[in-house]
Design a protein around this ligand. Sequence first.
Ligand code: CFM
Length: 467
Amino acid sequence: MATRLKCNDTIPERDAHIIIKGDGTGCSIKSNSATTPGDMTERGCTYAGCRGVVGGPVKDAIQLSHGPIGCAFYSWGYRPHVADTDFHMKYTFVSDMDESNVVFGGEKKLLQSVIEAAAEFPDAKGVFVYNTCTAALIGDDGKDVAKMAQEEIGKPVVFFACEGFRGVSQSQGHHVGNETIFRNLVGSVEPEEDYAYSINILGDYNIKNDIKTFEPLFQALGLKIITRFTGNVSVDELKIMHKAKLNVIHCTRSATYIADMMKDKYGTPSISVTLWGIANMSKALRETAAFFGLEKEAERVIKTEVAKVQPKIDHFKKRLAGKKVIIYQGGPRAWHWPELLEELGMEVIGAATTFGHHDDYEKIYSKVGDGTLIMDNPNVPELEEILRTYKPDIFIAGNKEKYLAYKLGVPFLNGHTYETGPYAGFSGMVNFARDLDKALSAPVWKLVRDQARPSPVSTLDLEEDVA
Ligand code: CFM
């Protein structure tokens, strides 16, 4: 049932986006709808979801925004370590539309920018052009320009119609990114190699080198990973992703679209997995192995690898058990992570997403206990109110919320780009537990409680926890 926070007395439209599990009305939350005017949402735009999340990690493509320079600057390098080259951390590209281009059109400038960038970086395997609001509003035909540019430079020039205003959040950008990569690149070459035991990992973006934790596990089963969509991937790897026998989807929110298109066109089956946490990673290996008849190998890998990390996890579990968590992520991590936190003896008392769809909320609903607060697209006053009233021991969210948490005296962990990560796979779970412990045990919370705030929201027993 819709729930009223005090701060929403003047914006009652927000009530439908906030529910409490177990009040007898089921998962009746409103989501994936336009933000109410006046609500200071934290959502990103379609361009952010396409350029930042899906297309951006492709390591040997020139990432070129067609629009004003700010769109390129503010989408540059905010997700670190997604590739094993530093090309994208060093450079970002933009057609640099200015007022005269808005009046007279920016197509010529775009064509010239693509040609210049390709000449300057001859090793790049293609150019990805991302449309922005400005270029779309004046009616530039970027798709046509991309076609001309492709003929001129002799490499793929892929145009993404991801102008920011298209959807209600960055989620629409994932969709555009999936469709555009599928239509323009996938299946454009036919290698002759044997791909009998091969998979793609879809919906992993190699945050803080996540792939280093789980790729060796799949490889130890005897499987070849053709493509990661799109962490640390090359244009050439995207072209042959249709050769895989199975798609393993990690982030279902951002990558199920391409899995569905591959199923329709190539008959490629897919499974949805979670690559965080001991139980989930084990399940992912078992299900993938079962598809190829490699069950024995899976049991061997799980046994050996879990034995290496379990003592460390047990150590942290003793320190973390009983702590209460509010988690606020973009989408699926809010339902992937309650189980991990449970493995560490912790309890989720609030879960929120920026752009989750109803299926994400149903998953959250099924994984948290009665009384848990579930929120869609929360804004800052709402987050402040729930941190003050629910008094979690730790808040897992992103950089936008970090200082709010700190100012309120609440320990914080960055769940988007991680603290010291990686967090995926078996070894990543140790990092996750260690970073949670570090955040909770930092001596600063004692000072904050004693000196800065008469009534902090932290419920930590500091004497016990300070290392
Ligand atoms: Fe998928 Fe992601 Fe996420 Fe996402 Fe994101 Fe992200 Fe996220 Mo930040 S693709 S939906 S748009 S798992 S950047 S790597 S952490 S909000 S929950």
